[in-house]
Design a protein around this ligand. Structure first.
Ligand code: IPM
Ligand code: MN
Length: 358
């Protein structure tokens, strides 16, 4: 059976890193139909919209999407609905990609890359499960209005709405509990229940779902404390589940614990395991086109794609083993380079992974 995969390279370093992941996917000998389409700023330039209908339709019609990165400072002046970021938000919403899995793993070979002491982070392996289609990101109403009364009466006011429906919290809870079952069976739900109604509701639902997973220990933490604990004792976490906004912030923090955001993949899944796979880092326009970006996060995203959307766990293992092998060989792109290792380009890193594929 042929698996159709949408390849959306996007902006900045997106095309160069995606190219390497495509080479790796192609080399596996699977029956894949890879179709490329523009997205983000590149699509805006070509077709006047960051998520053209043809790109969206291709994505809807594919088993999985391999996504590079979108965004560039030069689009900062555009109206919100035309900005590159709208492409990724639009894809998440259109495909119902509510479950965002963001692993933060510190490869032993890169223990010195972290800004934290090696003993705090050595062996770090945590998973952030971020709800991705609800919360204040998509809540209505939102906008700018005139204040009707109170101390700010007559002034303009910006506003957004945070809400979560019970089914939205339940389905992400199940994803997180199941992930914890496959790992170290500890799940920490992060909220701001001391202040926000939405968060208290979120916490109540997490507690209600917990009895279905008696082997998993559920704990709760306020988001401000979680931000602190992530740098104090990150290895105390196993799986973290949280809403869209808190997850956005905490997953960047967790990624940086590893010191090598160029290494971290992510998966965004819907209820039928259709998924969008992208590196956790952005489009890095400052180094675009220089063949120096790290393609490993995108290559590892391709591995997640095989595991979660194509049910090809053994092929995913092959890719991950090959990445381990090139790190073991001492090959490093500029972002993870340290004295005594071998500095390589984006395409050389791709060559090395291809060669290391067993
Ligand atoms: C991310 C990004 C996006 C988000 C932006 C680009 C809309 O920061 O994937 O974390 O905020 O979700
Ligand atoms: Mn983010």
């Amino acid at each position: 059976m042929t698996h159709k995969i949408a390849v959306l390279p996007g902006d900045g370093i997106g095309p160069e890193i995606t190219e390497q992941a495509v080479r790796v996917l192609t080399a596996l000998g699977l029956d894949l139909d890879l179709q490329t389409a523009p997205v983000g700023g590149a699509a805006y330039e070509a077709e006047g919209h960051p998520l053209p209908a043809a790109t969206l339709n291709l994505a809807l019609d594919s088993a999985a999407i391999l996504f590079g990165a979108v965004g560039d400072w030069k689009y900062d002046q555009l109206a919100r609905e035309l900005r590159p970021e709208q492409a990724i938000l639009g894809l998440r919403k259109a495909l119902g990609l509510f479950a965002n899995l963001r692993p933060a793993i510190l490869y032993p070979q890169l223990a010195n890359a972290s800004s934290l002491k090696p003993e705090i982070v050595a062996g770090l392996d945590i998973l952030i499960v971020r709800e991705l289609t609800g919360d204040i990101y998509f809540g209505q109403p939102r906008g700018v209005r005139e204040v009707a009364d109170g101390p700010f009466k007559g002034e303009r006011q910006g506003y957004d709405t945070m809400h979560y429906a019970e089914s939205e919290v339940r389905r992400i809870a199940h994803v997180a509990f199941r992930a914890a079952q496959k790992r170290n069976k500890r799940l920490c739900s992060v909220d701001k229940a001391n202040v926000l109604e939405t968060s208290q509701f979120w916490r109540d639902i997490m507690i209600a779902v917990a009895p279905e997973y008696p082997d998993v220990t559920l704990s709760h933490m306020y988001v401000d404390n979680a931000a602190m604990q992530l740098v104090r004792e990150p290895k105390a976490f196993d799986v973290v589940v949280t809403g869209n906004l808190f997850g956005d912030i905490l997953s960047d923090e967790a990624a940086m614990l590893t010191g090598s955001i160029g290494m971290l993949p992510s998966a965004s899944l819907n209820a039928s395991n259709q998924g969008l796979y992208e590196p956790s880092h952005g489009s890095a326009p400052d180094i675009a086109g220089q063949n120096m970006a790290n393609p490993l996060a995108t290559i590892l995203s391709a591995a997640m794609l095989l595991r979660y959307s194509l049910n090809q766990g053994a092929q995913a293992d092959r890719i991950e083993a090959a990445v381990q092998a090139v790190l073991e060989q001492g090959l490093r792109t500029a972002d993870i380079y340290e004295a005594g290792t071998d500095k390589v380009t984006t395409s050389q890193m791709g060559d090395a992974v291809l060669k290391a594929l067993k």
